[in-house]
Design a protein around this ligand. Structure first.
Ligand SMILES: Cc1ncc(C[n+]2csc(CCOP(=O)(O)OP(=O)(O)O)c2C)c(N)n1
Ligand SMILES: [Mg+2]
Length: 567
């Protein structure tokens, strides 16, 4: 059976998504989307290749799922939300995509005729409830890279294509299109030339900049690399390894957003750049938006070179990189070019490089010994010590595990004690709490054959649309495991309170506000979804609990292991 029902702009929108190479339309529904649903039904009947539709039960989930998928695959997706209200509900995730530089095409609609047009009845909700003065694109302006509206049925297709193209240009980010229902139901005449839209070209750093940086590296006695996102692309991860190895340059992560470097590598020095900054004479910021803290604590004796497609971030209010030079352009390409440019300089410096390699390997081993010692000391604690939870995770999880992380005070423990050596094994949320479960779903969508584990603080977990996430995991067949870092509180709040008022009334009286979480029996939350749940506070049972969760996920069920922690 085929259908040739007259084509409206719903078809135009779907055609734009097809030509933008979008794999998934991820949506939390709204009544404006009937024209697109019609087009999707037509697509199915006619067996036309095109994006699949994923129905989400919450806007935050839709946006974060799209983000997670794009962060793994590099491919922009479409998110359909409902009017101004759906956009507002999803806004934290859209903001997260902006600061994470994740390309995304977000759309929501509005009505413009409010029931006064005899030709179309958009229904009364638009008149009574949903209209937004200035349109939803006005809201979106604050947390997207670009926002605009479809101005007519004759332009909507090209406008949407262009919004998608804008989202993929550096700095990448979400674009928003407000598409009125009256436009969507209007007839659509496809342009004469429909074309597959090319993805954005990558910008190659200038040869001169690379050559000068290569000279700096070759002449440096003590170079250091700091990164948060070199591993955004697999090849970026590999190029960073090649660069570090070639000249024996140690790598430190600072607030990593991706797996950037193998943690077991002798040149890996952990997540505290502050330890090594003052020793360095050259610091390469290889995708590092805020390399040290406080901002003025940068290296005093080093030449600082900031590399990346966008080094000075528009979305940041304040940024102090200490940069002496910039090598701007695609980071993966830049790192690869730097390796090439440095090859000829190796031979004459071999002894110096080898000496440095040994020196940093010894430091790496020293850090590893400290890490093991901390794990051994933590191993017997009941409830469980976070360091021990992380150590056991590393032992139990297979090499191909992928972590999606949304913890706060346990970030240091994860950085230090959870091992990963492969690219694409770790993703951290961007922006506010409530996004980790959606991120995990999106990562699972991109990596259906690998186990995905969400590492969640108990407080952070409760900001997520939990019910909706577990439901969508079932509906879309995306089983993943949640490991809850459950210290029964917002420990970060206590920490901040103490930092501001070390000798304050709360510290002296133990009267805290905004700290304690009398949470539910979290393990039971997966039950209605056929999931596997287990609560564990005994370190002797931890490994088995994690194995039980993993086994359930391997069977296609969701799992939640609620790990009760001592801090
Ligand atoms: C949307 C949002 N609301 C509030 C906060 C403030 N906040 C930062 S950390 C935190 C506590 C997180 O608790 P949990 O995940 O249990 O981590 P812990 O502090 O215990 O390590 C809160 C509420 C936030 N970051 N985002
Ligand atoms: Mg907590």
């Amino acid at each position: 059976m085929t259908t040739t029902t007259p084509k409206d702009c719903g078809e135009g929108i779907l055609e734009a998504f097809r030509n933008l190479g979008i794999d998934y339309i991820i949506s939390s529904p709204g009544s404006e989307w009937a024209p697109v649903w019609e087009a999707l039904a037509r697509q199915k009947i006619n067996e036309t290749p095109g994006p699949q539709y994923i129905n989400c039960w919450h806007e935050t989930l839709a946006v974060n799922m799209a983000s997670g998928y794009t962060r793994v695959t590099g491919r922009m997706q479409a998110v359909l939300l409902h009017a101004g209200v759906g956009l507002l509900q999803g806004s934290m995730g859209v903001h997260g995509a902006m600061i994470g530089e994740v390309p995304m095409l977000v759309c929501s609609g509005e009505a413009t005729s409010y029931g006064e047009d005899p030709e179309i009845d958009p229904q009364g909700q638009w008149y009574r409830n949903l209209s937004v003065v200035g349109g939803p694109d006005r809201f979106a302006d604050a947390f997207t890279k670009w926002s605009g509206r479809a101005t007519s049925p004759h332009t909507v297709y090209e406008q949407l294509v262009r919004a998608g193209e804008l989202a993929q240009r550096v700095p990448q980010g979400p674009s928003f299109m407000n598409i009125p229902i009256e436009t969507m139901v209007h007839s659509w005449t496809p342009p004469e030339k429909l074309r597959a839209v090319p993805s954005a070209p990558k910008i190659r750093p200038a040869d001169q900049d690379i050559a000068e940086l290569a000279d700096l590296v070759a002449g440096s006695k003590s170079p250091l690399i700091i990164t948060d996102s070199a591993g955004r692309e697999v090849q970026g991860f590999n190029n960073l390894v090649a660069l570090a190895e070639l000249f024996a340059i140690p790598v430190v992560e600072s607030a990593a957003l991706y797996a950037n470097f193998p943690k077991g590598h002798p040149l890996y020095l952990g997540g505290q750049p502050e330890r090594y900054l003052q020793h360095a004479d050259l610091v390469i910021l290889a995708g590092s938006r805020a390399p040290w803290y406080p901002p003025q604590a940068g290296p005093q004796h080093a030449t600082v070179v900031a590399m990346g497609e966008t080094t000075v971030k528009e979305y940041m209010v304040y940024q102090n990189l200490f940069a002496d030079r910039y090598v701007e352009g695609d980071l993966t390409i830049g790192l690869g070019l730097l390796v090439e440019a440095l090859q000829p300089a190796v031979a004459s410096r071999r002894d110096e490089i080898e000496a440095r390699r040994l020196r940093w390997a010894a430091e790496h081993d020293r850090l590893a010994e400290e890490t093991y010692a901390a794990e051994a000391a933590a191993s017997g604690s009941r409830p469980i010590d976070p360091a021990w939870l992380c150590a056991v995770l590393s032992e139990v999880m297979p090499d191909n595990v992928v972590y999606a992380e949304e913890v706060t005070t346990h970030r240091g423990a994860i950085g230090r004690h959870v091992v990963w050596d492969r690219p694409q094994s770790y993703y951290k949320t961007n922006g506010g709490l409530g996004q980790g479960l959606g991120l995990a779903l999106g990562v699972k969508l991109a990596k259906p054959d690998q186990p995905v584990v969400a590492l969640m603080g108990d407080g952070g977990f409760l900001y997520n649309p939990v019910t909706q996430c577990f439901g969508v995991a079932g509906e879309a067949n995306l089983p993943f495991m949640t490991v809850l870092f459950n210290n029964e509180c917002y420990e970060a709040m206590r920490g901040n309170h103490l930092a501001y008022y070390p000798d304050g009334v709360a510290a002296r009286s133990d009267i805290w506000h905004g700290v304690h979480i009398p949470g539910p029996d979290y393990a039971k939350l997966v039950e209605p979804f056929g999931g596997y749940g287990e609560r564990v506070d005994d370190p002797a049972h931890l490994a088995q609990a994690l194995r039980n969760g993993l086994a359930a996920v391997n069977e296609g069920r969701i799992a939640l292991i609620d790990v009760v922690l001592n801090k």
